[in-house]
Design a protein around this ligand. Structure first.
Ligand code: HEM
Length: 234
């Protein structure tokens, strides 16, 4: 076995960049979660606020970079492991020359060779993978059954990853907007809180603890000056 060939395979730069960035972004949310936990318990001091501010700045900058690297990583996987992409997409067969749809949700059934209960957007698969409407995404039926990754697993694990990534991006943006709103337009804070609290609860307690910079926007417990210092802006 040539271990150098194993490690330095064609996906190496993408995996290294995506994995290293995952470590940065996860650390940012872990630090942010710790700060939010302290603030929610009333331990409000400049050091804790600085901790949350730094974490949210990090999220704002690094989470979109992670999504971009993920996109490049996907193109590399499409080139070198097309069967894996077909499984990630839950995509079984192409129809004529039509651009490939993007299946948002569904249940890939390996036995029946189809994705059941699917909700799909026409042509979007061709747009986000080959980035061209005149190209199709490879389909699982183009590969012998023994070469097909288990789509039921990778379809959903991929969506959880991308879903959390999107929540991380939104949290960074929300934190930025909220900081500005608290500093200059307090009327925006309450609606933002009303939307984000249930959205955060639905996204999963662990991640939300890190993502949710609620204390930064709690008007009743903080002065305008301290609230502003807790945002990644203003
Ligand atoms: C937001 C959009 C994201 C996109 C489009 C994306 C895309 C991808 C793709 C295409 C792969 C490669 C699958 C493969 O070929 O094996 C991958 C793997 C991975 N992603 Fe993401 N990703 C995103 C977000 C994230 C986030 C937020 C994290 C963690 C914080 C993350 C962590 C990982 C890890 C650990 C791997 C495995 C890397 C490896 O095999 O070495 N991803 N991602």
């Amino acid at each position: 076995m040539d271990w150098f060939a194993v490690v330095f395979n064609p996906s190496f730069p993408y995996r290294l960049a995506h994995m290293a960035t995952a470590a940065f972004v996860a650390t940012a949310f872990f630090v942010g979660a710790s700060a939010a936990w302290h603030l929610l318990r009333g331990r409000d001091n400049p050091a804790i606020r600085k901790m949350l501010s730094m974490a949210m700045w990090m999220a704002l900058i690094v989470a979109p970079i992670q999504a971009l690297i993920g996109d490049f990583h996907g193109l590399n996987t499409l080139k070198h492991q097309p069967a894996k992409i077909a499984a990630i997409e839950g995509h079984w067969e192409n129809v004529g020359d039509e651009p490939t749809p993007l299946i948002l949700f569904g249940w890939p059934d390996m036995g029946r060779e189809e994705t059941r209960f699917k909700l799909e957007i026409p042509a979007l698969g061709s747009l986000i993978l080959p980035h061209r409407l005149d190209k199709q995404v490879p389909a699982l039926k183009e590969f012998p059954p023994e070469d097909r990754p288990n789509s039921s697993i990778v379809f959903w694990s991929f969506r959880v990853m991308v879903g959390l990534g999107m929540l991380m991006v939104l949290t960074g943006i929300w934190s930025l907007c909220c900081g500005c709103a608290v500093g200059h337009r307090p009327a925006l804070v309450q609606p933002a809180q009303s939307v984000l609290v249930p959205a955060g609860a639905g996204a999963g307690a662990g991640v939300v603890a890190g993502l949710y910079p609620g204390p930064a926007a709690r008007g009743e417990r903080t002065t305008p000056t301290t609230r502003r210092s807790c945002s990644p802006w203003c």
